[in-house]
Ligand binder design. Structure first.
Ligand code: FA5
Length: 341
């Protein structure tokens, strides 16, 4: 029986040495230590041996069994260790998602760059504004019906005796008088790009949007300067073949006032499905009203100026090839849409 024990131990050893996985080791364990495993059977056989030999056989068997069990356990652990630490450097890494600057921010940067190139200075004025700068200083007397046109958000704070109610600024024109007061003495060359708020939401309106407001005040500024600036912007932003035209309009704070159209980029101004008559509406502009100059402590007898105010979202949507059918999509949080740009 001593020989059987030795043979079983050697067999087990050989199998353990050539095992390549935890599963194989488990099978070895079952084969030798399971209910009818080889060592288990040898234990059962001890009682068949002559009584005087049993003690010695038992000791040998125990030692053999123990050494195999220890080895088996060690092998199992070393397999687990290798599995945990194993690293394949050839597997491609996980790419982290890369974001990009939002369309509107990119457009604001572009607009800002176009105007600063010709001497405009970037300005920013409060989004939470007083009625005075948003309306009153812009030649809109209290209770003037024009104030309703802007569908303004009023902030629920006590009215200031001097500057009136508090509003979320409905247009960047509220920066006009502020800029005149800041500069003190013309020339003024401001490009104010900021958030504006109105109670509107449809295919071409959002409650929070951006406008860019140009204001130029100096001696001898005329409509010619306005037209030249608008054409310069149209070419720089939309393409060199584009031109603008002025259509008479009405704003309280400019006189004369205009709506600005830009020649259609799809048909080149001939008339198509996109534009209908060759022109697309861009936004408002005009010569600064003398009362507004006075509110900014600028003498209208010496100085004159022009102003324009357009929607950032509008000019972005008008740029060819972008195909944004609804302004609200610009502010959707759907990455499938936003990541296209
Ligand atoms: C004004 O806001 C005048 N302050 C513009 C102006 C400035 C005229 C200086 C003369 C001199 P209007 O309400 O038309 O004008 O708005 C100008 C542009 O802002 C619109 O053409 C449109 O492009 C954009 N806009 C207005 N409301 C919204 C809105 N709810 N959502 C998105 N864009 C808007």
């Amino acid at each position: 029986m001593q020989e059987d024990i030795l043979n079983t131990k050697n067999q087990a050893l050989a199998q353990l040495m050539s095992a390549e996985s935890v599963n194989e080791l488990e099978q070895i364990r079952i084969d030798y230590f399971g209910r009818s495993g080889k060592f288990t059977n040898l234990i059962k056989d001890i009682k068949k041996a002559p009584p005087e030999e049993r003690k010695h056989i038992g000791q040998t068997l125990n030692e053999a069994k123990k050494s195999i069990e220890t080895l088996l356990e060690g092998q199992k652990n070393s397999f687990k260790e290798v599995a945990r630490e194993w690293f394949d450097p050839t597997i491609p890494g996980e790419k982290p998602d890369v974001g990009h600057i939002h369309l509107i921010t990119l457009t604001i940067e572009k607009i800002s760059e176009i105007f600063t190139r010709i001497g405009f200075e970037r300005a920013r004025y409060p989004e939470v504004e007083s009625d005075y700068f948003a309306f009153e200083a812009l030649n809109m007397p209290k209770n003037h019906p024009a104030r309703d046109e802007w569908e303004t958000f009023f902030v629920d704070v006590p009215e200031n005796p001097k500057s009136g109610k508090t509003v979320l600024t409905p247009h960047t024109s509220s920066g006009q008088v502020r800029e005149m007061l800041r500069v003190g003495k013309p020339p003024v060359r401001m490009i104010n790009i900021a958030k504006c708020y109105r109670r509107q939401s449809d295919i071409s309106h959002v409650p929070m949007f951006h406008q860019f407001e140009g204001l130029v005040i100096d001696k001898g500024i005329s409509i010619v300067n306005l037209k030249g600036t608008l054409d310069y912007f149209a070419k720089a932003f939309f393409g060199k073949d584009r031109v603008t035209r002025l259509r008479p309009y009405h704003f309280q704070f400019t006189e004369p006032s205009f709506e600005i159209d830009i020649s259609c980029g799809v048909c080149g101004g001939k008339g198509c499905k996109v534009c209908k008559a060759g022109w697309l509406e861009l936004g408002g502009a005009g010569m600064v009203h003398p009362n507004v100059l006075k509110a900014g402590r600028v003498d209208p007898k010496i100085y004159s100026g022009f102003a324009f105010g357009w929607g950032v979202e509008r000019v972005l949507m008008m740029r060819e090839g972008l195909g944004i059918p609804d302004v609200r999509m610009i502010y959707s949080t759907d990455l499938r849409y936003l990541s296209q740009f």
